[in-house]
Every structure is written in C-alpha cells, then in structure tokens.
Design a protein around this ligand. Structure first.
Ligand SMILES: [Zn+2]
Length: 46
C-alpha cells in the first residue's frame, strides 16, 4: 500500500441518539471514519 492522502468522500450525515450530528466519510483505500459534531443552541463561546 502506498502512502496517500486520504480522500474524505462523504458517506452520509445523521443524528445519533444523543442528538449529535454524525458525519461519515470513506476513502477509496477502504479507510472509513466518522466525525461527530455537537449541535448546540447558539454560537460557541470563544
Ligand atoms: Zn485512503
């Protein structure tokens, strides 16, 4: 397997039981992963 930059192909977006936004990605090489976003009311305080 050669090194390459994983290409994040969007696989879908859903909401889990915790009310968080879950985005799924996959790469041509077979790598898959997910990212979870917390959906909060209002804007985040920096
Ligand atoms: Zn890859």
């Amino acid at each position: 397997m050669s090194d390459h930059v994983h290409v994040r192909l969007g696989g879908g977006v859903g909401v889990n039981e915790h009310g968080e936004l879950v985005e799924q990605f996959h790469c041509r090489c077979g790598e898959t992963w997910t990212r979870t976003y917390r959906v909060e009311d209002g804007e985040p305080e920096m």
